[in-house]
Design a protein around this ligand. Structure first.
Ligand SMILES: *Cc1c(COP(=O)(O)O)cnc(C)c1O
Length: 421
């Protein structure tokens, strides 16, 4: 624990982390506020979020963070959990998704999406993306079968799916809408925070997200029953009535997906800075976007009408796969870090998910899941390939000075122009 405190005791900007080729930037701005919240927990030693009422001197960091999430993300309920992956699993379990059910998700996401679905014995049905880099509405419609239970848009790289169209589709087909806004916390659609729009929303507070708790996640919902399910399921089915854990009843089976008070404390300090982080990102994003806008070969990802990004990434398209590859390589050669050509990335796009296609698991899968995933052996996703092949997404950092950003923007512009001419 001593080391952790020392690490957080550095000044606001952590120079060691500044050059790391990592993802979203909450970790970049870390300091006094995070340390203060954490010390509250260390001072009384209650590292668990439930119970020990007498020892904790009134500190309930997880509960406090949940209340602030509810306020800031405009949801009636927030349930904190141990990770974003757990949040997705819990959201699905809370609405009763299980053995043999189908959940529609996009081809471009983080591996957590299918992991969470498969953990419940359900079947991920992968569907093409469009120029928003999120679920294509028409392809989603075509993928619905009698087994479909939920549609799960993933708001990748700071921007969103067409939520009105997906909500309409879910309403007419009687399906659950679950948003994964792990990569877009702080973005809004028609004035509403992402994560608060669907039946349930999921976020991640892992180390590389816009705000971080180290590890952690949250489920958001306005639905009383889904909330109660998420609350109990993430803590062994405990009903959380009274203050004697041993005396609580268990209305149904659960697991342990709890967050610790240490993580919640850090998350609390970071959530209070969300608006500040988004504002910095917007400023940096705008400088780079304006520089690249003058290149006729560059087009930007489509943001659905009424959407406002979190500005965590600037995502743009080049004319073809080869140009995108060349630009991506040239960026790397010239020190433009943290730009991703996801077509060649092992983590975020269907093309390289061999472990999923080959169903490499440590344990036997049910016959239903084996059958249900056979389509991945042969199915191709030309439409997704067309967008992801041409896309480059560049992380927008918080720690850049304006001079850094301007220099970066002009380097990027020169590289792209050189390759496109
Ligand atoms: C990071 C991420 C997750 C999972 O979050 P963890 O907290 O790392 O488990 C889920 N979905 C998306 C889109 C993510 O980017």
């Amino acid at each position: 624990m001593y080391n952790l405190i020392v690490a957080l005791n550095t000044e606001t900007l952590n120079p060691k982390l500044k050059t790391l080729n990592l993802k979203m930037p909450g970790f970049e701005l870390f300091g006094e506020a995070e340390r203060k919240e954490l010390n509250d927990v260390l001072d009384n030693g209650v590292l668990m979020r439930y119970g020990f009422d007498g020892m904790r001197n009134g500190h309930w960091k997880a509960k406090e963070l949940e209340s602030e999430l509810e306020l800031q993300l405009q949801s009636k309920h927030a349930q904190l959990v141990s990770s974003g992956t757990a949040a997705v699993t819990i959201a699905l379990a809370s609405v009763g998704v299980g053995a043999g059910d189908e959940v529609i998700m996009p081809t471009f996401t983080f591996v957590a999406s299918f992991e969470a679905i498969m953990m419940l014995g359900a079947i991920p049905v992968l569907v093409d993306i469009d120029e928003t880099l999120t679920l294509d509405v028409e392809s989603t419609k075509q993928a619905i079968t009698p087994k479909t239970k939920a549609i799960m848009p993933i708001h990748m790289c700071g921007s969103m799916a067409n939520m009105d169209a997906l909500q309409d589709l879910c309403n007419t087909r009687n399906l659950i809408l679950i948003e994964d806004s792990s990569q877009a916390t702080g973005a809004t659609y028609k004035g509403k925070p992402l994560g608060s729009i669907g039946d349930l929303g999921c976020l991640s507070l892992d180390f590389v997200k816009i705000i971080t708790a180290g590890e952690g996640g949250a489920v958001l919902t306005n639905n009383e029953k889904f909330y109660r399910n998420a609350d109990h399921f993430s803590d062994h089915g405990h009903d959380h009535v009274g203050n004697d854990r041993g005396a609580e009843t268990h209305p149904f089976l659960g697991y342990n997906f709890r967050i610790s008070e240490l993580h919640a404390a850090v998350g609390l300090a970071q959530l209070r800075r969300l608006d500040e982080f988004v504002a910095i990102q917007k400023k940096n994003y705008t400088i780079i976007r304006e520089a690249l806008s003058v290149i006729p070969e560059v087009t930007f990802r489509t943001v659905p009408e009424g959407g406002e990004e979190s500005y965590s990434f600037l995502s743009f398209f080049l004319p073809d796969l080869e140009t995108a590859r060349n630009v991506s390589n040239a960026f790397k050669e010239h020190g433009i870090d943290a730009c991703f050509h996801y077509y060649d990335n092992n983590w975020h796009y269907i093309r390289k998910w061999e472990h999923l296609k080959d169903l490499k698991t440590l344990y036997p899968l049910s016959q239903e899941v084996k059958e249900g995933l056979k389509y991945l052996k042969t199915k191709t996703f030309e439409q997704s390939d067309r967008y992801i092949g041409r896309n480059i997404s560049c992380l927008i950092k918080l720690s850049w000075t304006e001079e850094d950003v301007r220099e970066r923007a002009s380097k990027m512009k020169k590289i792209i122009k050189g390759i496109c001419s």
